[in-house]
Design a protein around this ligand. Sequence first.
Ligand code: ADP
Ligand code: MG
Length: 633
Amino acid sequence: MKKGTINVQTENIFPIIKKFLYSDHEIFLRELVSNAVDATQKLKALAAMGKVKDELGDLTIQVVVDKDAKTIKVIDRGVGMTADEVEKYIAQIAFSGAEEFVKKYKNKSAEERANLIGHFGLGFYSSFMVSDRVEIFTKTYKKGGQTKAVHWECDGSPEYILEETDKSDRGTEVVLHINDDSLDYLENSKIEQLLNKYCRFLPVPVQFGMKTESVKTGEKDKDGNDKYETVEVPNIINNTNPIWLRKPSELKDEDYKKFYRELYPMVFEEPLFHIHLNVDYPFKLTGILYFPKIQQNVEVRKDKIQLYSNQVFITDNVEGVVPDFLTLLHGVLDSPDIPLNVSRSYLQSDSNVKKISNHILKKVADKLAQLFKKDRAGFEKKWDDIKVFIEYGIISEEKFYEKAKNFTLLKNVDGKYFTFDEYESLIEENQTDKDKKLVYLYTTDAEKQYPYIEKAKSKGYDVLLMDGVIDSHFVNHLEQKFENARFVRVDADVISKLIQKEETAESKLKEETKEALKKLFSKFLSPEFTVVFEVMDEQEMPATITETEFMRRMRDMSMLGGGMNMMGALPDSYNFVVNENHPLIVKLNEEKDEKLKEELASRIVYSAKLMKDMLKGEELTKFVNTYVESLTK
Ligand code: ADP
Ligand code: MG
């Protein structure tokens, strides 16, 4: 037996490992199983080169929990290690890696630490986060010389022992003696959960005990039904050949859907479509991205894309790796070229990551363009579900807008879809105002704004439906992108003013009369209303309530941004627009009986409010009561 000392430069690292890595202890299992996978893959590679003479045999990796002995074992039949290799790779190299990590880690802020954890492979030494003592039993695949099996043991102090042992089988067995703070890890359910999280798609089978399965016996019962029996079968955790590594040409749509269900057993909606990524140069990247069906108003969760490095699960936080708006997608990305052992701020400035991000963006845009071109009708059917991605993409990524502007659709209140160009031609003639600006009319709520929409339609105008979650931002963005264009909601002004083709005619009402009417109406209006007068058609309503586009849009956007605004809550502000030419207004003006005059004015106010879906409570009751009375008379 030989005693050795790890060459320590900092103070003892084990207490630090235990203390600082508190929140992420569980990665020890990922590290040990990936080491077992690496050792197995090396063996296979050597065998392929003819350098291993033995039969490889069953290479399944075993994870074994013994609750009574308080141990977890990870057993592989890979290359194994000689005594020298254990000293070199475990005691020296792996240790110095861990030591370096701890040094870096100690000086970081809490936030940076949280980022580092799980992205820096602490490797083998992460096992000390959960163990009092760790043993390795290993036998190399090599023949002759010093190739006897060895036993290494370390209790977390810099001293370790190394001795010969009589293990006969090739490969490595790591035994963790779980410490009292980590007894949770001795629960089968816990280990199974961790294996499912980190090891689900590893390239070498990983077995965790046995499970029962019911299989056909081959016999039939008296009714002619198949007979079943329950049998014990190895509980294999992983799918060693996930479809993202296979050729798209070999896969059917159903395979992608099946994989989606495998990834997200809790999501019931089928994905809308998928994109299979496969890049070799200048970086390696494979993966499948799905466009999920997301319901409006439902909180969008941005942690659905899983990031893998050579099939080892790393994280489901892909911020910085893919463009922000694409984090709404689901699926997997696998790349050995994404540096995982660095902090997130570094990740975001990494040139490889930038290239990957741009590539994904381009692929997604190309796929959408292709869907649009190949099957416009099908694309339109999916539009309502994908529009939030595309709008978000357009708002947040200039590069995406450049591609998306050719397939982005605008939907009008009649449910027809138009590309930007098509829509421009549609409204060009009729909806250009006196300043030669193209006026895009839209509604944010086709039901509430129905009277205004109808008015616009009666003039032959087209009205767009902009009732999506981020449409207020989108409208703003398009207004900046489109040259000479203006977006106005249908209730932003009275119809004759919405798209003004010429200067308004002179008013026929005298100024004093207007003042008197203003006072009269104000009796029935709260302070957020401003009474204004317009010369309009007789067919128009006697009075209409409008909301200035600018103020309303500011308010919508500040509400979307979390409800608070730098200026405080923006106040509501409405115009009460009186149609000077309406016979009812003329009548009101001439009415001599004060009581009757007020009655008339209040009813004009109430009808205007009703049209804007603003008549509530006491006013609504009064209005309905007088209406019922008038019917009874
Ligand atoms: P890394 O895997 O990044 O090299 P680790 O700390 O996880 O770092 O492992 C250190 C080294 O120990 C490995 O590179 C390998 O040489 C050796 N090693 C660890 N586990 C095994 C194993 N199960 N079989 C053979 N060698 C192993
Ligand atoms: Mg490792």
